[in-house]
Design a protein around this ligand. Structure first.
Ligand SMILES: [Zn+2]
Length: 203
């Protein structure tokens, strides 16, 4: 049987030989965690997260290790970020566990649309919003109808959730003001549309 210190050495070699391998850092971190080397483990989880910002389980364990290392503030910061990531990805178990850890540290998890939806008895809709990091995640609600009577309106209707569309409307006004767009002008309209597509993840 391989001892824990041998496994740590193996994973450390793997992570050193292939520094861009998020799973190598994650495996090293887990072995360090098992050995109760909390600070070192947290650093390796941080590397896994740097390499793969969607790695929700890594945030959770990084937060746990920081807490064990007595770095409550750093733990809270990591767990809040991880909670939001896990939520956006629909990773419910890590999300809920991070929520628990945060409450244990005396803070409420970030407000996310899903919590409100769940509290209201909402269920996952099956609608997948195209916007990267859509805050509604699995609770995304489709728009009731296309917001414009053209091809782009149809595309938005098919791909973007109601919450993100509403957010874009607020952002769109800022774009118009800041770029001094005159939407009766074709070039301005094209620019406005391209900002919209980028914001909504349609480009
Ligand atoms: Zn959305």
């Amino acid at each position: 049987m391989t001892s824990l210190s041998e496994r740590i050495a193996q994973f450390r070699k793997m992570a050193t030989d292939d520094p861009a391998n998020d799973l190598a850092h994650f495996s090293l971190a887990k072995a360090l965690m098992e050995d109760q080397q909390w600070s070192e483990a947290a650093q390796s989880f941080a590397k896994a997260v740097d390499l793969n910002p969607d790695f929700s389980k890594a945030y959770q364990l990084q937060g746990t290790c920081l807490q064990k290392a007595g770095q409550a503030e750093a733990a809270i910061e990591v767990l809040r970020r991880g909670f939001t990531v896990a939520h956006a990805r629909g990773d419910r178990m890590p999300r809920d566990e991070m929520g628990q850890l945060l409450r244990g540290l005396g803070v409420e998890p970030p407000e996310v649309a899903a919590e409100a939806a769940a509290a209201a008895g909402g269920e996952a809709t099956g609608f997948v919003c195209a916007r990267p990091g859509c805050p509604a995640g699995p609770y995304a609600q489709p728009l009731p109808k296309p917001p414009m009577n053209d091809e782009l309106g149809q595309l938005v209707f098919e791909k973007v959730c109601a919450a993100c569309w509403k957010e874009w409307l607020g952002m769109g006004i800022k774009v118009i003001n800041e770029m001094r767009l005159d939407l009766s002008d074709e070039r301005s309209q094209t620019m406005y549309d391209s900002y919209m597509k980028e914001f909504l993840g349609l480009s």
